[in-house]
Design a protein around this ligand. Sequence first.
Ligand code: FRU
Length: 578
Amino acid sequence: MTNIPSDPTRRRALSSLAASSLAAIGTVGLSSKASADVSSPTSTNAPGKPTPALAPDSLRKDEPNASHPSPADQPGATARPIVKTGSDVFYRPTVHFSPTTGFMNDPNGLVFDGERYHLYYQYDPFAPYAGHVHWGHASSTDMLHWKDQPIAIPETEAGEAFTGCAVMDRANASGLFEDSKGGMVALYTRASPDRQAQYLATSHDNGQSFTEYAHNPVLDIGSNSFRDPQVIFHKPTNQWVMVVAKSRLHQSAFYASIDLIHWVHLSDFGPSGLFGVDYECPNLIEVPIESGGSRWVLFVSVNPGGPTGGSITQYFVGQFDGTRFIPDDTVIGLTDFAKDAYALQVYGNMPKAEAVSIAWLGNWQYCQELPTQSWRGCMTLPRTMTLRRDFAGWLRLAQTPRGLETLRDTAIAFEVKRIAAGASAQVALPPGKALELLLSVTVDERPRDLPLGDKGRTGRFVITFGNDQGETLTIGFDAFSGQLWLDRDELKGFAQPFFTGQFSTVLNPDDRHFEIRVVLDACTLEIFANGGLSVGTALIFPVSPLDFLRLEANGAGATVEQVELFQLRKVMERETAV
Ligand code: FRU
């Protein structure tokens, strides 16, 4: 049974474009299938302590997530016909995943099935606005080259298909598979304005299509802000563990199960972390420490309430004993120093327990107003995650783009070894191409002509991507304070009150050296500084192609130990600028 909402205005909105993606929806095979020998879980899935539903949410009448500005707030938005514009092509990334048409937010169901990596995603196929959420689907053998797949889980009368996970039930613990090889199980939230509960669906064809379990929901605490389950198999206790958000209580709740169907409440973590409205998308994973050993990391997305505005992903480092998450300290980490990396999810079933994540490259503050018309939303590059001690001894998350070297095409020659104070070096860029820049720089200790007693505060190294229209995208390093900034304010393609322009982070204090890896791809920018300890993810909207790169030393000279610039090969069959 395919259950596509019959809202004609939303369908009409994309009708000029959507022939291909709507055709794909037609092949969805999601149905409810009874399973004779599985009893209804209703008697055993009650949590240890009942959580009261929160009053403010129960007053909602439109979209089931009140912290999202919804199309209901923009009268007529979904009824207007959507026309594919030049911006849709110009801003379309070439190495980051984006949907053909419609609106995409969180990554979902990230799992390796033994052959393919799956990327499901929150998807409104009908309009470039959040709503009518389905699970879109793409698959890959390297997490970079994605193949579009039919919609995996549609919206149904029971609600929208909100965020969730996929696990490989290889031992057929659920009893829902015919043979002992088992199969894939998705656990996700069905969301309606007055209820959010956890649902289960099985896939008998390696994640291509799903059948909804007959006795859903598998976990329902009577709340309307209870969502985004992530499930792992916890080997030491030989059980499945779910972490799920009690969003308005600002808690991550842990549940255990031996069959993925019956869930027992274990513990709640929090409230802990940033002030904010909704806590969402908790994800738990064991991450290797670079110097040996490992720690558990609990990621929790907060929206709105991020220190840079709107959506932010925070994390806690600690231990998980099979029952509760115990943080090592009271420190809150942020995965990003800019504001466009949200709803981070980790891959399950990875060989050698590699820790890999993908986040939505967006922010709820402006994601529905971006200057593209027929599609909105893209994902970050897949990132390998490790833990590393920083200068102060904190164990911090380090993120690096996974496998990006394999996309390197022609290197752009750019020979720079020394830049004198006040001087710069410049190179032309091929318009429209995704680029990777690797840079390692040491700013001179002290400018020779400064009076005694001056600490050399003026040493700044500036990386500018620009064009002759006067648009600039700047990344800079202040050697005196060891801080890095990012400035997207001088790009003129998009303005909105929350689309703020400047961000900064501290690298190492008292260190005039930095190294950085920058990926620039149409409307996306990812910065990995000092081995990924500081990461900045930002949407960028220049009016014209950024066609030069300039390196500039201000106030003090600089030695450039490494400068490498690569064009990156396009990964998707999409209409892009190149
Ligand atoms: C996070 C989120 C989730 C929810 C989904 C709805 O961005 O709000 O909590 O499941 O988006 O699309």
